[in-house]
Design a protein around this ligand. Structure first.
Ligand SMILES: [Zn+2]
Length: 139
């Protein structure tokens, strides 16, 4: 999908990625932050949200390493990765592609998470033919 055809909230999110800014929506009722941004609040259902910038930093809560059937060639070009639940420093959670994870490192990273240690991650973008894709990477 081209940027010009996108719904306004999705469009601003992708424009932010081009500028190196991570845009989220903050609920005016309960204060929950939605990232990636949505029109309404997924926590309380309130319709009023406003633009905020988030740090792009957070921690990894869990992850899985892709197998042959769900390993994406365009992602593999940029290094080894997994699919992980990331909790941003601003409190919101979502599943992202996380670089730096591999079958080799999986046991170590999993042990840290199980022990309650913080496994830090930060956002970055990778170039796709028409846009930038948001991914995360281990700190
Ligand atoms: Zn809310």
């Amino acid at each position: 999908m081209l940027l010009k055809d996108m719904e306004p909230i999705v469009k601003k999110f992708y424009e932010g990625l081009e500028e190196g800014v991570y845009y989220a929506r903050k609920c005016q009722e309960c204060g929950a932050v939605e990232f990636p941004p949505h029109l309404a609040c997924n926590t309380c259902g309130y319709h009023g949200t406003e633009w905020v910038e988030v740090s792009g930093h957070g921690k990894l809560l869990n992850f899985t390493i892709p197998g042959i059937q769900n390993d994406k060639p365009h992602l593999k070009e940029h290094g080894k990765y997994g699919y992980g639940t990331v909790e941003l420093d601003e409190g919101c959670q979502y599943t992202f592609v996380v670089y730096g994870l591999s079958k080799k490192k999986a046991a170590d990273v999993r042990a840290k998470i199980m022990a309650g240690e913080t496994v830090g991650v930060h956002a970055k973008t990778i170039d796709r033919p028409q846009y930038k894709e948001l991914v995360f990477e281990l700190d």
